[in-house]
Every structure is written in structure tokens, then in C-alpha cells.
Design a protein around this ligand. Sequence first.
Ligand code: 13P
Length: 255
Amino acid sequence: MKTVVGNWKMKVGTRESVALARGVIMALRGKKILPEVIICPPFVAFSEVRKVVARSRVQMGAQDVFWEEEGSFTGEISPRMMSELGVTHALIGHSERRSLLNETDEMVNKKIREAKDEGLIPILCVGENQEQRAAGKDFDIVAAQLHQGLTGIRFRPKDQLYVAYEPIWAIGTGEAAHPADAVEMHSFIRKHLKEILKNNPSVKILYGGSVDGENVYSFLREPEVDGVLVGGASVKLAQFGQIINSAIEAMEGEK
Ligand code: 13P
């Protein structure tokens, strides 16, 4: 099954989120094969979006979570609060948070641990920047982010972990990675996770960075690519509909 995650970032408010969520449900209507669809609205929109997606196959993900269950942490939101709202997944370590808010691998690690403890499926975001790529350090950077992000966290065989490979130079630039390069990185990540994680939890690896309706199939048709994490094109219904259709097409090809 292919996965499509829409990260709406801070691009839409509550009203637009509700409209988008309705549109996503419409886009899935009548389809025989359904990809896994996870939408990540801004925090303020969850209660309203929840009403729209209730009893549908669309799942909700948080764009971030804090690493404690509750307490004096002004402005933060805990995995438990999210899970109470019906949220199933949480993006953790998105590059925008790493670069704009100085989120470190250590913080990412604590967030993954807490999210997992509360039953959320973490979507760990990793990826190199342009400079690191030019210096040929992309694999080292991603390996370090995986190691430090996951160190000391015990997964059981029934646990799930998603990793999103999002090269920073591809985010919001219109310049997606070449599918062959994404495939190479995905298989590197998969191999690496086998070494880091004991007990063989189920792992999905998504590609993100300038995915749109036009290029998405070139990623999704690759068996190494379990799904996509979409930013800009996820708040444009026509684009997101195309992305969902391409996921269905790719799943038909898998049969
Ligand atoms: P874009 O799809 O806008 O490049 O954003 C990708 C992203 O950051 C998703 O988390």
C-alpha cells in the first residue's frame, strides 16, 4: 500500500483546512483501491477537521509534538493531546523546524520516544542541504540523523516507524530529487534501519521535496518508495487529487 501524507504547514487556517479535508474525502470517493492518506493540518484546525474525516479512511497527523506528556511547557502540544483528538501520526524533525527553530537530533529523539509511547506513529524527517550534498556528505548526514534520532528507542515487532527522506534543497524549490537518487537513498535508509532497530518493526520510507501531480508517479512507481510527503501541492486540491490517483495507479501496478 502506498502512503500519501499532506503537510499543510502554516499555509491554511481552520476554514481552508475544513474545505481541503472535504476535498480530500471527495477525491477518495468511489475508488476501489485506496492509498493510505494522512493529512497534517495546523494544530488550531484539528477539532474541526476531525469532524470532517470521522468515519472516513483519511487519517490525521501532527506537524510536530513536544517530548513531555504534560506540564509547564508554554505553547507546546503533547503527543497525548494529539492522540486524544484522534491523531495517528506525527511528523518529527522536519527540516524547517531544525533550521528555523534549532531543533536538534537530541530533541527529535525525545519527541520520537514520547510520540511512540503515546501510540502515535512517528514520521522521522531526514535530509541533507545543498552544501552537504555538493560535498558528497548526503549519506553521512542522513545516517547520523537516523542514528541520533533513534538511539536508545526500543521498537517492538508490532510498532511502526515512517522515515521521510526530504532533501532540504528540494523543499519548496520546484526542484525535486531525481527518482533514481531518491531510490538509492531509500535503500540506504532501509539497510541502515535494519542495523539500528532491533525487533524488525514495520518501516515505511517516504520521499518529500517538490512532489506534485506531474512528477509523483515517477517516485511512487518505485517499489523502494512507500509513499510521498507533500507540502505545497497538498494544499491545492487539484494537485493533491492527482497525487492520490497516481498512488492508486502505482498500487494497481503492484498487484
Ligand atoms: P514541498 O512539497 O512544498 O516541497 O514541501 C515538502 C515538505 O516539506 C513536506 O514536509
